[in-house]
Design a protein around this ligand. Structure first.
Ligand code: DAH
Length: 364
């Protein structure tokens, strides 16, 4: 660039104009992005001041100093104007961000799904309430149980089929003679050995049998055991207790019946059936109206029961001339199945909260 052009283009008036153009550009920038663009236009590599600055080298030595000072002063004025504007725009940017990123705490939110009580747990709570309301206690016992308490103390003969490998899970080492309890009945003897008479207890808990895992069997399921030992208890007290339990669970119209059966630890023993509360017996002999709940039999098998065999009481050191008792045991999972309409036992073991919510609703 020739000297003439440089001095012509960058005379004082024009340099002053560069400053006022830059000032205007900075003043009209209201966001950080706009201010950055204005800075590039007015101070960047190809801005007029930078180009002029580079052109100084082409001037004759004599005029370089003067022109250089004028351009330097121009650049300083523009830089000063930029620095004055920067904090203002930065503050506006900050305010805009605070406004835009504001969180409205009053907006509705998606709640994390809540857990749900397992239907078996829910029924165990309900059963506990029914019995404690009558003054009974809730007891428990270990799932890994002494062979003696699970069988011998309950008057099972040494060759009773329930003791065999096909039914029972045995624990190592064999000389410890421990098994996974096959029913909650061993807690009967534990209760009699540890509590004072009279005894009124229910025992909910897990039991184990080497069953297949299918729609109607689980190798682990739940039972509710009941045991009452007092002066003068008999079959009528048993029947009254079971009827009360049935009505508390299934409504005022619930009915039960006892069928003779055999258990080594009760004498006499019975099986308790529940009158089908779905078809109320109307499906019996009526193919036009089949009932899934009772399989059109009118009655649902619910559990076992009986008057406590005096041998069991005697084994616990109880005077059988003075005391007598009754006992019962039923499947809790089975009860959930016909009370709440569960179809497949495997759902009980899957741990899917959708199953629990469907049957008992969200956890309280
Ligand atoms: N323990 C028995 C079973 O698992 C059920 C049972 C029957 C329990 C009669 C009792 C009873 O307390 O008296 O099949």
């Amino acid at each position: 660039m020739k000297r003439k052009e440089v001095t012509e283009v960058f005379n004082e008036a024009e340099l002053a104009q560069l400053v006022s153009q830059a000032e205007q550009a900075f003043a009209s920038a209201v966001t950080g992005d706009q201010l950055r663009a204005a800075r590039i236009a007015h101070l960047g590599e190809s801005s007029p001041v930078s180009l002029a600055n580079r052109a100084i080298a082409t001037l004759p030595k004599a005029s370089r100093k003067e022109v250089g000072q004028a351009i330097g002063a121009t650049r300083f004025a523009i830089t000063t104007a930029l620095s004055a504007r920067e904090p203002i725009v930065a503050e506006w940017d900050l305010q805009a961000r605070i406004r835009d990123e504001r969180v409205d705490m009053t907006l509705p939110v998606t709640l994390h799904p809540q857990g749900a009580l397992h239907p078996v747990t829910a029924l165990i709570h309900e059963l506990g309430d029914i019995f404690t309301a009558m003054g009974w206690e809730v007891a428990d016992g270990p799932e890994a149980e002494a062979d003696w308490l699970n069988f011998d103390a309950l008057n099972f003969t040494p060759d009773h089929p329930a003791r065999f490998l096909s039914d029972t899970f045995f624990l190592d080492p064999p000389e410890d003679k421990r098994i996974l309890r096959t029913h909650t009945s061993p807690v009967q003897m534990r209760t009699l050995l540890t509590r004072d008479l009279p005894v009124y207890v229910v025992v909910p808990g897990k039991v184990y049998r080497s069953d297949e895992y299918d729609a109607t069997h689980l190798p682990v399921f739940h039972q509710l055991e009941g045991l009452a030992v007092d002066k003068g208890l008999g079959m009528a007290d048993l029947k009254g207790t079971l009827d009360h339990m049935a009505r508390a669970l299934f409504g005022a119209n619930a009915r039960t019946r006892l069928r003779p059966h055999f258990f080594p630890f009760t004498e006499p023993s019975g099986e308790i059936d529940l009158a089908c509360f779905v078809c109320e017996g109307q499906s019996v002999g009526n193919p036009a109206r089949p009932c899934r709940t009772c399989r059109s039999e009118g009655w649902i098998e619910w559990g076992g029961c009986g008057v406590v065999n005096p041998r069991v009481l005697a084994a616990a050191g109880i005077d059988t001339e003075v005391y007598s008792g009754f006992a019962f045991g039923m499947g809790i999972d089975r009860t959930v199945m016909f009370k709440n309409g569960a179809q497949d036992m495997r759902d009980f073991a899957e741990g899917d909260t959708r199953f629990s919510r469907l049957l008992v609703g969200v956890a309280r």
